[in-house]
Design a protein around this ligand. Structure first.
Ligand code: SAM
Length: 191
């Protein structure tokens, strides 16, 4: 049983994509946050970045199915701290945001180091964040309602990223450094 779990952890780590990440800005409903983490785990995301301007640590719901144990969460109290931290790590940041300059989410190259910024349930991406990022993307909406639930939008975009990365064989060549792989393998195997 323990052996099986250890092997599963190894297989999952071999597919983790440290250069694909998500930044969420003031998403406050635990079921949305949990659904986003679950999707991150499913596409192989290692780290999720969370801005909570009220400084509260995020809470999770059963929707996560425990996936918060397998995705590292870094919290920030300001959006510019979060964006600067990702820029220092050479991520291109695309905000899922309705604007005149927004492009179709399928026209982004997700095989590069990319961070997807998602906005709050009610207000969307802040003006400040929209100005700081490298570009805006949208999922075309052809119905009566103007936007998707934030966790659904995350899933649509992240599975396009997964599709591109599968095509580029990025899940068959390990993306983690040996040091990081061994460190996380130890942490996850002996919690
Ligand atoms: N009234 C808000 C607005 O105008 O942005 C709606 C917020 S929406 C419920 C929450 C977040 O989900 C958005 O900030 C965006 O990041 C993402 N989102 C939802 N539908 C989207 C779409 N069709 N294209 C891109 N992002 C979307």
């Amino acid at each position: 049983m323990l052996y099986k779990r250890h092997n599963r952890i190894k297989e999952v780590l071999k597919k983790r994509q440290p250069h694909l990440t998500v930044l969420i800005e003031d998403v406050h409903k635990p079921h949305n946050l949990s659904a986003i983490i679950r999707t991150c785990d499913a596409v192989g995301i290692l780290d999720l970045h969370v801005v909570n301007q009220n400084g509260k640590y995020p809470t999770f719901s059963k929707v996560s199915q425990g996936s918060e144990k397998w995705v590292f969460i870094t919290t920030y109290i300001s959006i510019d701290d979060a964006i600067n931290a990702l820029k220092r790590r050479k991520f291109k940041i695309y905000a899922a945001h309705f604007s005149k300059t927004a492009i179709d989410y399928r026209n982004v190259n997700y095989t590069e180091p990319v961070a997807i910024l998602l906005g709050a349930e009610k207000w969307g991406v802040s003006k400040e964040a929209a100005q700081l990022v490298d570009g805006h993307i949208t999922i075309p909406m052809l119905g009566m309602v103007q936007s998707l639930n934030v966790s659904v939008a995350a899933a649509v975009i992240l599975f396009e990223a997964q599709r591109q990365r599968l095509e580029a064989k990025m899940y068959t060549k390990m993306q983690l450094s040996p040091t990081t792989y061994n460190k996380i393998l130890f942490e996850w195997s002996y919690p």
